[in-house]
Ligand binder design. Structure first.
Ligand code: NAD
Ligand code: MG
Ligand code: MG
Ligand code: MG
Ligand code: MG
Ligand code: MG
Length: 339
């Protein structure tokens, strides 16, 4: 069994007299900055002028440029979009990194695929929360936390592991569990999870179910509730008690349908496609395509994003959610946070 660490396993002193610069104030950035500050650490935020910077100032942080924040910091956590990190790193981070400081990431992509190559005189570590940034903040405020993985790429001070663990504890992750990984494992499993299961697999499953029902003549509102809205209620049961808890709660009819029909939809063929997806991640083929797509200003990303937005499930969802005021819209919240 892997060793999972909790609050009492972690020393905090190593981070207490250090200045932490959070670079970027988006989904992860705002959560790390606020949680670390509430945990008693010395936090500054580094940003370009814009909406995120205004939000950081409104939240009580001083506005520094990326270069200014990096030059005073002992720990620099890079929470910019992955595809922008290489350029900002070259222009504003690398020239200002103090010898003996620590450069940190919340996802291993740029280090693992050599898009950022740090100097030899800094520690390099990873603290990757296994959940969306807005939940990293919300759960912390509730006295809970989102679990995180940590990994060490370079340890020049001999303290890299201790600093990474204290950092993970400071954002609240040790309340849920902190687990050691490598940049390679975190990068490959994170990309696989979001592509095959959490994001890609799930959106394709939901759309296919919605289309099957509406093409058969059933009402789109009924299809939306059945294939999208109810998913959260089912996933909450899985989150709280695993597959067995969800199956305990559903009717035996639903459970029999789960057993006999689930494997007709997701089967060995699907698993073979998942293995293809994993291979493309492991060989760097996926990373290469995403890097080129960004260099070309995202022609395919934007075209697919527009087409997806025009899927009938979007309109019916908007209509139904407007009638459920207790359902909070995270995109509206995100816009308020300046993205
Ligand atoms: P985001 O898009 O929500 O926020 C990015 C921030 O960077 C914003 O404040 C934006 O204004 C700022 N920014 C963008 N370009 C900039 C530039 N050129 N100069 C200065 N600031 C700039 O990003 P995110 O989703 O929080 O992702 C940050 C990192 O966290 C990534 O490495 C990502 O893989 C990782 N991560 C994200 C999540 C998540 O929940 N979103 C989960 C785990 C790990
Ligand atoms: Mg994003
Ligand atoms: Mg992830
Ligand atoms: Mg990810
Ligand atoms: Mg039902
Ligand atoms: Mg049951």
């Amino acid at each position: 069994m892997a060793k999972v660490l909790y609050e009492n396993d972690i020393q905090k002193e190593v981070l207490q007299n250090k200045k932490i610069a959070i670079i970027g104030y988006g989904s992860q950035g705002h959560a790390h900055a606020k949680n670390l500050r509430d945990s008693g650490y010395d936090v500054v935020v580094g940003l370009r002028p814009g909406k995120s910077q205004q939000q950081a100032v409104e939240d009580g942080f001083e506005a520094y440029t990326v270069a200014e924040a990096v030059s005073t910091a002992d720990v620099v956590m890079v929470l910019l979009p992955d595809e922008r990190q290489p350029q900002v790193y070259e222009e504003s981070i690398k020239p200002n990194l103090k010898a003996g400081s620590a450069l940190a990431f919340a996802h291993g992509f740029n280090i693992h695929f050599n898009q950022v190559v740090p100097p030899e005189n800094v520690d390099v570590f990873l603290v990757a929360p296994k959940g969306p940034g807005h939940l990293v903040r919300r759960t912390y405020e509730e006295g809970a936390g989102v679990p995180a993985l940590y990994g060490i790429h370079q340890d020049v001070t001999g303290d890299a592991k201790a600093i990474a663990l204290a950092y993970a504890e400071g954002i609240g992750a040790a309340r849920a569990g902190v687990l050691q990984t490598s940049f390679q494992e975190e990068t490959e499993t994170d990309l696989f999870g979001e592509q095959a299961v959490l994001c890609g697999g799930l959106t394709s499953l939901v759309k296919a179910g919605f289309e099957t029902l509406t093409e058969a003549g059933y009402q789109p509102e009924v299809a939306y509730f059945e294939c999208l809205h109810e998913l959260k209620l089912i996933v909450d049961l899985m989150y709280e008690g695993g597959l067995e808890n969800m199956r305990y709660s559903i009717s035996d009819t639903a459970q029999w349908g789960d057993f006999v029909s689930g494997p007709r939809v997701i089967n060995e063929e699907t698993k073979a496609r998942m293995k293809d997806v994993l291979t493309d991640i492991q060989t760097g083929k996926f990373a290469h395509g995403w890097i080129l797509e960004n260099q070309a200003n995202r022609p395919q990303f934007n075209a697919i994003n527009n087409a997806e937005y025009n899927h009938p499930i979007t309109a019916v969802g908007k209509e139904l959610r407007a009638l459920m005021p207790f359902v909070k819209n995270p995109i509206e919240n995100k816009e308020k946070e300046g993205n």
